[in-house]
Design a protein around this ligand. Sequence first.
Ligand code: AP5
Ligand code: ZN
Length: 217
Amino acid sequence: PVLILLGPPGAGKGTQARMLEEKFGLVQLSTGDLLRAAVAAGTEAGKRAKTVMEAGELVSDDIVIAILRDRMAQPDCDKGVILDGFPRTAVQAEALDALLAETGSRIDAAISLEVDDAAMVARVAGRYTCAGCGEGYHDDFKQPTQAGSCDKCGSTDFNRRADDTAETVASRLEAYHASTAPLISHYREQGALLGVNAMGEIDDIAAKMAVIVKEAT
Ligand code: AP5
Ligand code: ZN
């Protein structure tokens, strides 16, 4: 199966994608994570992406599409994928349709996480992740059970993203409304769109998502 998660920064795409990955044995593909890995590795694409990401703008379609295409070609993706943060523009959506057509597959569902913009700044600004396993946490909404130690792997090392400042989140929200939100009607026209109210508790949203995914796949 191929699932798309749509939603502004902080909507919970990463959080929900990781839970679906565990529950359904699908592979989470986050273009944000892939780009951050490219930046950390200092690749040519990473060098071009770094300043754009720090400004909260969208990385160019050619870079993102190339990175996604390479990742989708790896054998583990045969199990099915959850696309987290891709596509983000009309050009990317078309490239995805073309890529899937090559292998005779198609999108099973595009799930739109519906949230209030105002709450997103607080969600993103309080966020941090485990350096050991990537599990996501939040200063107010999701702390480790044992303070300072990851629930999943026990690591005591955590990271905060360079683009998680209030100022950058505002530009990321702007980019979402200008370029990505229009994809909602694109997928509605394809009959693939499913909307989920994503303003509640993480586990309640995960339960709703599980039902949707079971029905769609
Ligand atoms: P990316 O990494 O995709 O970031 P984003 O879209 O801004 O999304 P986030 O990761 O910030 O939010 P999320 O929805 O995953 O929320 P999360 O689950 O973490 O992209 C980063 C940058 O890379 C972009 O700005 C762009 O430059 C570039 N890029 C990436 N893809 C691209 C593409 N396709 N084209 C061009 N450029 C691209 O949750 C947030 C926090 O809230 C967490 O702390 C979590 O614990 C908490 N939380 C989650 N759900 C809830 C809830 N229900 N209640 C309370 N707290 C919650
Ligand atoms: Zn961990």
